[in-house]
Design a protein around this ligand. Structure first.
Ligand SMILES: O=C(O)CCC(=O)C(=O)O
Ligand SMILES: [Fe+2]
Length: 389
């Protein structure tokens, strides 16, 4: 049997992730140990959060719910496009609902994305059958209580446990980070199911706008380079395609999916709250590598985001560590007091002046291809990628 025919049993008969592509190993964090406040595990999570902002999470206990969510995703994406479009997220910066393939840009040139996804608001799930924000297709409603609610509850629990670890390591008073994610305030927290077409179809998925990539010698992007908008992301995928840009490296590297392991990462809100100590790292999605490219790619995320009214800024009054980090970043941007003829970098700003709701809407709105006027629209969609520590 050739190696291309060997499949991964836990991943439902798909070819294995190839060994000959640049791949970045992530630290594996054991959720069971975190829950028991194991000091070594907390140290390893801190290392993952401060160096790359990405890690694997094992023993998270949500596998059954994840499988149910993929089923819900398949049922929903199989609906006629016309039906899905009744629930489209629109161009005003709202995220909840359906996003068709090709509705977002993946770069400053306005190249179109190839993925379709469905975002379901945490608040809508918890208030179901009364909508908080909007309604969803029947395939979603049918799974609200049996599948989506348990998934959201488990995922929130996982992310909240991690928030508490970071809270304490940052020297913040107990409950400071959780207090910015209160259950009684509406938020942008949501779950997302993503479907990417197989490589051979990804060109016609969006009327084949690949010429620009061919000219640039770049790969086709399913989701363009981005930092996540919120606090913490709890991600489940089966096929490769997720890539990270590791600090100090020029080449994008794959993150290999491992059965039973979620991939977790930090978003802009936590990078800002922590004065850049915790990292919201750039990542993107490209077609799965090697023989995996012949398959449809599915992924699932739960995004924890701050309450809508929370101002995104470094928590300098609450933590000496955060205060020192902001002072260091400011001094560095100003050339550390040295006389220099080299133009100074724009100072890193941890005072966004923006609520979580505004930050999120700005980023969503400026990714939408219908809102594009030129490269400035892409720039206006950016997050915390300018933060260097
Ligand atoms: O599909 C993936 O593996 C990652 C998706 C992602 O980065 C996102 O939806 O923000
Ligand atoms: Fe992401």
């Amino acid at each position: 049997m050739s190696s291309a025919n060997v499949t991964v049993p836990q991943f439902g008969g798909i070819p294995p992730f190839p060994t000959n592509v640049p791949t970045h190993p992530l630290l594996v964090i054991d959720y069971e140990l975190l829950k028991r406040h194991d000091e070594k595990e907390i140290e390893r999570l801190w290392e993952a959060g401060t160096k790359l902002g990405f890690w694997y999470l094992k023993n998270h206990g949500a596998e059954k719910e994840v499988d149910g969510m993929f089923e819900m995703g398949k049922e929903t994406m199989s609906l006629p496009l016309e039906e899905k479009m009744k629930y489209e997220q629109g161009d005003s910066g709202r995220s909840f609902g359906y996003k068709a393939a090709g509705a977002n840009a993946v770069d400053a040139y306005g190249t179109l994305d190839t993925v379709e996804f469905l975002n379901v608001s945490k608040d809508d799930v918890l208030s179901y059958p009364t909508p908080t924000n909007r309604t969803y297709p029947l395939t979603v409603n049918a799974r609200m209580e049996g599948t989506i609610r348990p998934f959201i509850q488990k995922s929130s629990q996982v992310n909240n446990t991690i928030l508490e670890v970071f809270n304490d390591k940052l020297g913040l008073p107990k409950g400071t980070l959780l207090g910015r994610h209160r259950g009684d305030e509406r938020s942008g927290s949501e779950t997302r199911v993503i479907k990417s077409p197989p490589l051979k179809n990804s060109n016609d998925a969006t009327n084949g706008n690949t010429n620009r990539e061919k000219e640039k010698g770049d790969v086709r992007q399913a989701i363009g380079a981005h930092t996540d908008f919120g606090s913490l992301s709890f991600l489940h995928n089966r096929l490769g395609g997720l890539q990270v840009l590791v600090p100090g490296c020029e080449e994008w590297q794959y993150v290999k999916p491992i059965p039973g392991h979620a991939i977790c990462n930090i978003g802009d809100a936590i990078a800002l709250f922590s004065g850049g100590i915790l990292r919201s790292n750039l990542h993107r999605v490209v077609p799965p590598p090697g023989a995996q490219g012949d398959y449809e790619r599915w992924s699932l995320v739960f995004f924890t985001r701050p309450g809508n009214s929370v101002i995104l800024r470094a928590l300098v009054e609450d933590s000496e560590m955060v205060r020192n980090a902001v002072n260091r970043a400011t001094a560095k941007a100003n050339g550390n007091g040295k006389e220099t003829t080299v133009p100074q970098k724009a100072p890193v700003t941890f005072e966004t002046g923006s609520t979580a709701e505004e930050w999120f809407a700005r980023r969503v709105r400026n990714q939408r291809i219908n809102n594009r006027t030129g490269p400035e629209t892409w720039i206006a969609s950016r997050g915390t990628e300018q933060i260097e520590v």
